[in-house]
Design a protein around this ligand. Structure first.
Ligand SMILES: [Ca+2]
Length: 279
């Protein structure tokens, strides 16, 4: 008991010493307004590492970051079952560690939350291409994880997506697509969706070419890649996979729209992804 206590004590001091290094290594910590002490898998991860004994301490001292990010989950589906929803560090292949909100309660859990918004948000969402690329907002409330990070996560495996829409009466509706991927930046982060199921309506693959989102490139106010003569992102606010212009608009301050389910008066939205269950 005493040994365990001193080990914990030792560990707490190592954590304090390493905190600034870890903070630097987590690429989007500041951008998403997360604090180290609220990251659920930071503490447990470190305690676990410490059980390896003094050799761990040695290697951590010489190369702490190398030791630390060996075993971060690649997305929230790798967070151990039964863990609570909240802020976690993940490390998609080839990237630095990043913080993200993991939704562990909804159907089967293990969802990586790439977007969350609500009607009363204080975020304007009218950000530049580069701000969308690396994410912004607040991981606890409304945020965009980052178009590049989303692309990198989805490169790892075959992913599915769940759009969660709280309609005008605050009922929760889902739109699931059994495939979800973004092409790389040179291809404009073009969106690729699979087959729809759900009760929210198949608004992303609307049958009108002027309002469809599937197969569209991403546009921001300073990078117009839509199919409209004007600039949808400038006219309508946030960055999105605009055509000319939209049937779905989730990255916006007020006016959240999902097809005809809630046209400008949705209460909130979230976008969840995880590896497709049939893979
Ligand atoms: Ca245009």
């Amino acid at each position: 008991m005493a040994a365990r206590h001193s080990s914990l004590l030792f560990f707490t001091s190592v954590l304090a010493l390493l905190a600034p290094l870890l903070a630097l290594d987590i690429e989007n910590l500041g951008r998403l307004k997360a604090n180290l002490d609220e990251i659920i898998n930071l503490h447990s991860h470190k305690l676990h590492s410490d059980e390896d004994g003094k050799n761990t301490q040695q290697s951590r001292a010489s190369d702490p970051l190398q030791t630390e990010h060996r075993s971060w989950p690649k997305d929230c589906s790798e967070v151990s079952a039964g863990s609570p929803s909240g802020v976690y560090v993940i490390q998609p292949t080839g990237l630095h560690p990043i913080v993200v909100y993991c939704e562990m309660n909804a159907t089967d859990g293990g969802w990586t939350v790439i977007q969350r918004n609500q009607q009363s948000t204080e975020i304007t969402w009218a950000e530049s291409w580069s701000t969308y690329k690396y994410g912004f907002g607040n991981v606890h409330t409304e945020y965009w994880l980052g178009t590049e990070y989303i692309h990198q996560i989805c490169k790892q495996k075959v992913y599915e997506v769940r759009f969660v829409i709280w309609d005008a009466a605050n009922n929760t509706k889902f739109a699931d697509y059994n495939l979800f991927s973004l092409e790389d930046e040179s291809q404009g982060y073009r969106l690729r969706l699979g087959t729809y199921s759900g009760l929210a309506g198949d608004a992303m693959t609307s049958n009108s070419a002027s309002t469809v989102h599937d197969n569209m490139k991403f546009s921001a106010k300073d990078l117009d890649q839509d199919t409209y003569s004007g600039n949808c992102a400038s006219s309508y606010g946030g960055g999105w996979w605009y055509s000319a212009c939209y049937s779905v608009r989730l990255n916006v301050k007020g006016g959240i729209t999902w097809g005809s389910l809630c046209n400008g008066n949705c209460k909130a939205s979230a976008i969840f992804i995880k590896p497709a269950s049939y893979c």
